[in-house]
Write a protein that binds this ligand. Structure first.
Ligand code: 5RP
Length: 238
């Protein structure tokens, strides 16, 4: 299994690397899909790794497995894809507690901290992860870092967004549509010296709906795929 890289914003990978990363994402997703059993209430994350998860769950549904699985989706894109693959998607409020939620991540550090929200879905993703008894993270091993680094995704209240940005200091709006809940997507680009301290500060800054730092205590396990195979790393959530 590859060791974590030094911190730093990444360049887009060369094409052959991109192929390998896609294979690894698929392998991690398919391994985690094995944790889904009939009768479960399952939270579905957002992103390209989760697309492979949906594919695996859809295949099992098509052969008559997982007929009683009910899912809560973290984005309209995931909801559409899941339904198109024959999965049952209902509102999280209807399900209440989830047995399992599975989602990707942008960064994972050695302590189990995550950065999420590359797709701007981190607010719903955190709600769904928190509602799950088990939260399983699926990543290719290029997501492993010795230290977390910016950008840290943010969702902001639209009211007085420039005032909120000014209070945040090094932060900027992302050029993407608003979230499905009307929030403005932005990124904090200052240093990440202590993830917990930064998470506390971002979480208590007025105007910040949610940030993309996910604490280790939210995570039950991390499925990491690379050239060396698949590693199941225990998280801090028991
Ligand atoms: C979306 C997320 C994704 O899980 C994260 O960006 C990873 O995406 P991908 O699986 O496409 O690499 O947090 O808000």
């Amino acid at each position: 299994m590859a060791s974590p890289r030094a911190t730093g914003p990444e360049q887009p990978p060369p094409l052959s690397d991109a192929d390998a990363i896609a294979r690894h994402k698929r392998a991690a997703a398919r391994a985690a899909a094995e944790e889904v059993h009939d009768g479960m209430r399952v939270g579905l994350g957002t992103g390209t790794t989760v697309a492979y998860l949906l594919e695996a769950l859809g295949e099992r549904r098509a052969i008559g497995e997982l007929v009683d699985v009910r899912c809560a989706a973290t984005s309209p894109a995931t909801e559409r894809s899941a339904r198109a693959l024959g999965l049952t998607v209902v509102g999280l409020d209807e399900l209440g507690e989830l047995d399992l939620a599975i989602d990707g991540a942008d960064q994972v550090d050695p302590d189990g901290w995550l950065v999420k929200g590359g797709g701007g879905a981190h607010t719903r993703e955190k709600i769904v992860a928190t509602a799950a008894r088990r939260f399983v993270v699926i990543v290719s091993d290029d997501k492993l870092f010795q230290r977390l680094h910016p950008p840290i995704p943010l969702e902001l209240v639209p009211f007085a967004v420039q005032t909120t940005l000014a209070r945040l200091g090094p932060a900027g709006l992302r050029d993407v549509p608003r979230s499905p809940d009307g929030g403005v997507i932005a990124d904090y680009v200052g240093p990440v010296a202590d993830p917990r301290e930064l998470a506390d500060w971002l979480g208590t800054t007025p105007g910040v709906v949610e940030h993309g730092l996910f604490e280790p205590e939210l995570v039950s396990s991390i499925v990491i795929a690379g050239e060396g195979g698949i590693e199941h790393r225990a998280g801090a959530k028991r």
